[in-house]
Design a protein around this ligand. Structure first.
Ligand SMILES: Cc1cc2nc3c(=O)[nH]c(=O)nc-3n(C[C@H](O)[C@H](O)[C@H](O)COP(=O)(O)O)c2cc1C
Length: 231
């Protein structure tokens, strides 16, 4: 006779007259989060590293991906851009493997960079199949100046989420440092942000990095809740 432990959450199987043989279920797989970013001068990359640390601290798998560069090398040289870091280049075909997405972009004329938009334009096949529908997504950003487009970059990027059926996960004021009036900083309820300065010489401050890490942790928590609900 086989006794199944219905409803108790255990998969132990008992056979009458024989000692219990606990079967080990595979541990639930960690939700996978892709951090897809573009960075010319490294500010968004620094923020992406912090976001990644936050995602991992919250117990999710984080994969850093940089979108393909679209500018010719000679233009990048004239812009004073450093060489790209050793980070895997994002491929739209792999996106369905992930449970959630955090996109990072510098602001260009108040909105996402053309490199990021070009990558999103390459996701048309996924859009046609509805491959990303119902998955959570967030955004973080960098501007040269205050008022240079922190919120407009996030808000104009929400159209990408809407068309893909991605669920926008803003951070609200879940990190009180966003309210800090004691120092200049980027970031908003829409996502973590940094201020690069007009000449790009200002790297993300401790406060901005803290909010970026928080965004990773907060977002991972939402992804885990959604994954648990779907199980
Ligand atoms: C073509 C161009 C347009 C830009 N437009 C804006 C802008 O609208 N607002 C702003 O604050 N900064 C603007 N910037 C500054 C960038 O946002 C800044 O270089 C970036 O945040 C640095 O991030 P990164 O080091 O990751 O590339 C612009 C820079 C370039 C090259």
């Amino acid at each position: 006779m086989v006794l199944l432990c219905g409803g108790c959450g255990s998969s132990s199987v008992k056979t009458a007259g024989a000692p219990a043989e606990p079967t080990t279920e595979p541990p639930p797989s960690m939700p996978k989060i892709a951090i897809v970013y573009y960075s010319t001068y490294g500010h968004v990359k620094t923020m992406a590293d912090m976001v990644k640390a936050g995602v991992e601290e919250a117990g999710c798998e984080a994969t850093l991906l940089q979108v393909p560069e679209t500018l010719p090398a000679e233009v990048l040289e004239k812009m004073g851009a450093p060489p790209k870091p050793d980070v895997a280049v994002a491929d739209p075909h792999t996106l369905p493997e992930f449970d959630g997405f955090l996109f990072g972009t510098p602001t260009r004329f108040g909105m996402a960079s053309a490199q990021m938009k070009s990558f999103m334009d390459a996701t048309g096949g996924l859009w046609m199949k509805g491959a990303l529908v119902g998955k959570p997504a967030g955004i973080f950003f960098s501007t040269g100046s205050q008022g240079g487009g922190q919120e407009t970059t996030a808000l104009t990027f929400v159209t990408q989420f809407a068309h893909h059926g991605l669920i926008f996960v803003p951070i609200g004021y879940s990190n009180p440092k966003l309210m800090d009036m004691g120092e200049i900083h980027g970031g908003s309820p829409y996502g973590a942000g940094c201020l690069a300065g007009p000449d790009g010489s200002r790297m993300p401050s401790d406060l901005e990095k803290d909010v970026a890490k928080h965004q990773g942790t907060y977002f991972a928590g939402v992804v885990k809740k959604l994954a648990a609900g779907a199980a």
